[in-house]
Ligand binder design. Structure first.
Ligand code: VGL
Length: 215
């Protein structure tokens, strides 16, 4: 498939924050997470618009656990939370910052801060809630600009990148996931996530140089 004109292409840096890198070993470190900045910048060079998102969480959130056995396990009933996680992405801390090499949020064309409420922990950047009722405005913003294709990268492939990519694809955009600009938390869930995304019609490519030979 050919890419359309640059005017119809957007690039999305999903949760590309230090909290998901070895720079913050006590948060949610993802191997290689700190190295994706340059590839995200190359990806953005192919697009008319650059969008980004950040997890933005209170250390008092209801889903916070210090119990390793509870991480990734069923969340708190009656809340908008699916699983427990360690404290991460707290505004004002290093983990909240974007990975090395990325612009500041103010330099993006559109930016989403998500998970601010204590009892909400969305993965996808297109909706504030797990039920996908409350738009963050991403889909409407892209539609208003005539975007057809969205290049996606970020952290982590098996959670927030997957959820965001699936939401964009379901909204009618053609999503192209950049493997070289993404990293996953665990190998099994990352493999499953890639399968699920491909089943949904999302295409993958391994770096902007490889865009001609998509996998
Ligand atoms: C994420 C787990 C918990 C992500 C966020 O951004 O992929 N993963 N919170």
């Amino acid at each position: 498939m050919q890419l359309p004109s640059i005017e119809r292409i957007a690039s999305f840096d999903v949760d590309s924050q230090r909290t998901f890198t070895p720079l913050c070993p006590d948060e949610l470190p993802v191997e290689g997470g700190a190295t994706i900045g340059p590839e995200l910048n190359r990806q953005a060079g192919l697009a008319r618009w650059r969008l980004g998102s950040k997890d933005s969480h209170s250390p008092e959130a209801v889903w916070v656990t210090e119990d390793a056995d509870k991480v990734g396990k069923p969340g708190v009933p009656g809340t908008n939370v699916e699983e427990h996680w360690p404290v991460h992405a707290v505004p004002g801390t290093e983990g909240f910052e974007l990975v090395p090499g990325l612009p500041r949020p103010a330099e993006y064309d559109y930016f989403v801060w998500k998970g601010v409420e204590l009892d909400m922990h969305p993965y996808g950047a297109c909706f504030h809630d797990m039920a996908e009722k409350m738009s963050t405005g991403v889909i409407e913003w892209l539609r208003a600009r005539g975007t057809s294709h969205v290049l996606v990268g970020g952290l982590a492939t098996d959670f927030c990148v997957k959820a965001t990519a699936l939401q964009l694809q379901a909204a009618g955009f053609q999503v192209l996931l950049n493997l070289a600009a993404s990293r996953g938390i665990a190998p099994d869930s990352t493999r499953d996530a890639l399968e699920e995304m491909r089943r949904a019609g999302i295409e993958t490519f391994d770096g902007v140089e490889a865009l001609g030979q998509r996998t």
